[in-house]
Design a protein around this ligand. Structure first.
Ligand SMILES: NC(=O)c1ccc[n+]([C@@H]2O[C@H](COP(=O)([O-])OP(=O)(O)OC[C@H]3O[C@@H](n4cnc5c(N)ncnc54)[C@H](OP(=O)(O)O)[C@@H]3O)[C@@H](O)[C@H]2O)c1
Length: 328
């Protein structure tokens, strides 16, 4: 199914059977009041990475990964629902970290999506590239510079919230130390094979929501992992059967129950309905303990290796920084 059609179906389906939480009221001049008064992100969203093979870059690490915002915008328009009834998140690509680039980038996203403003805008990776020079690292532009630029995007009413993605713990702390408008959410890889419970708990303590990307683990076909597919894992098959659910539903239910926002991607309408069924499943404490024991600590998505940057050393292996990689 074309990307825009599935987005449209998701929006309509979401409104009919699972009300997306209403988005915040009108933007106010008082930024502090606005940031504290707004309602939150829905716990269940639709991921759109790789949703349209014609439009999506086949080299997600080297260039901008998502090139389907125009398709997503078409889907939103076709759903024909009030803007305030949907939540739209987009991300700032590495080549646009410089303040003037960031403003132009969000304006393009808003225009392609046809939404007027974003609900959430994230720094995609804590790594800046020199604009127009591929993956050449921009050593002049820091994540603090880029965060300041994002704060100005809130002040300019281009986005209601700002956040981060793929930041290590020390990167999060750097932003917390300097923020005037602080991160609303952090989108990072977490699923039953990469649980990162300490990191999830850390975000709860600092009041930053966690958006769990790749919530179905190695189901994303671009991930090259040696371990068995999560959806065929005997433990999860058994647990799903016990819950009278599909494996995908059980896995997503766990993501929801631990308080993360889950954003499974699918291009199949029936799977949107299926995945949404996760909202009706609850695990006992004993089952949750069993799930904890299934963690394999396997990270599927680490483009830092091809950028020459050690992204996650304080999360995965603080002792092994890797040869030829620089710590950011
Ligand atoms: N911030 C970042 O750097 C970053 C990185 C990665 C992903 N993300 C975000 O997270 C979203 C989701 O992550 P993801 O796409 O990597 O992985 P995912 O959502 O965990 O898995 C997607 C895969 O699962 C399949 N699938 C979905 N529902 C299913 C079901 N009920 N039964 C069987 N298969 C099912 C999809 O196939 P079909 O489409 O054929 O159904 C697709 O192949 C992305 O779209 C993107 O928005 C962000």
């Amino acid at each position: 199914m074309a990307c825009w059609r599935i987005v449209s179906a998701a929006v309509v389906f979401g409104l009919a059977l699972y009300a997306f939480l209403p988005a915040p009221g009108p933007i106010t001049e008082n930024i502090e009041e606005y940031v504290t008064s707004t309602k939150g992100i829905p716990p269940f969203g639709l991921g759109t990475w790789l949703s349209n093979k014609d439009k999506v870059c086949s080299l997600p690490y080297g260039q901008r990964a998502h090139k389907n915002e125009d398709q997503t915008g078409r889907g939103i328009a076709a759903a024909d629902v009030p803007r305030e009834d949907i939540w739209v998140t987009s991300k700032l690509w590495n080549a646009h970290h410089r303040p003037n680039e960031a403003t132009a980038a969000i304006q393009k996203s808003i225009s392609d999506l046809g939404v007027g403003y974003l609900d959430l805008y994230l720094i995609h990776w804590p790594v800046a590239f020199v604009p127009g020079e591929g993956t050449k690292l921009d050593k002049e532009t820091t994540i603090v510079d880029t965060w300041r630029a994002l704060e100005n995007l809130v002040r300019a009413n281009l986005t209601r919230h700002i956040g981060i993605s793929n930041f290590a713990k020390r990167d999060v702390e750097t932003i917390l130390d300097i923020c005037t408008i602080c991160p609303y959410a952090h989108e990072f890889e977490t699923h039953p094979y990469l649980q990162q419970q300490d990191f999830v708990d850390f975000h709860r303590e600092i009041g930053v929501k966690v958006i769990a990307y790749s919530p179905l683990g190695n189901t994303n076909p671009t991930y090259d992992s040696d371990i068995q597919p999560l959806l065929e894992d005997p433990f999860w098959k058994g647990l799903a059967k016990k819950k009278n659910a599909t494996v995908a539903q059980a896995v997503l239910a766990w993501g929801l129950q631990r308080g993360t926002v889950v954003i499974p991607k699918t291009v199949h309408e029936e799977r949107i309905k299926e995945n949404r069924g996760a909202l009706d499943i609850k695990f006992t404490d004993e089952e949750l303990k069993e799930i904890t024991r299934q963690d394999k600590k396997v990270r599927m998505n680490d483009p830092g290796k091809s950028w020459g940057v050690k992204l996650f050393s304080d999360l995965d292996d603080p002792t092994n920084l890797g040869e030829g990689s620089q710590e950011l």
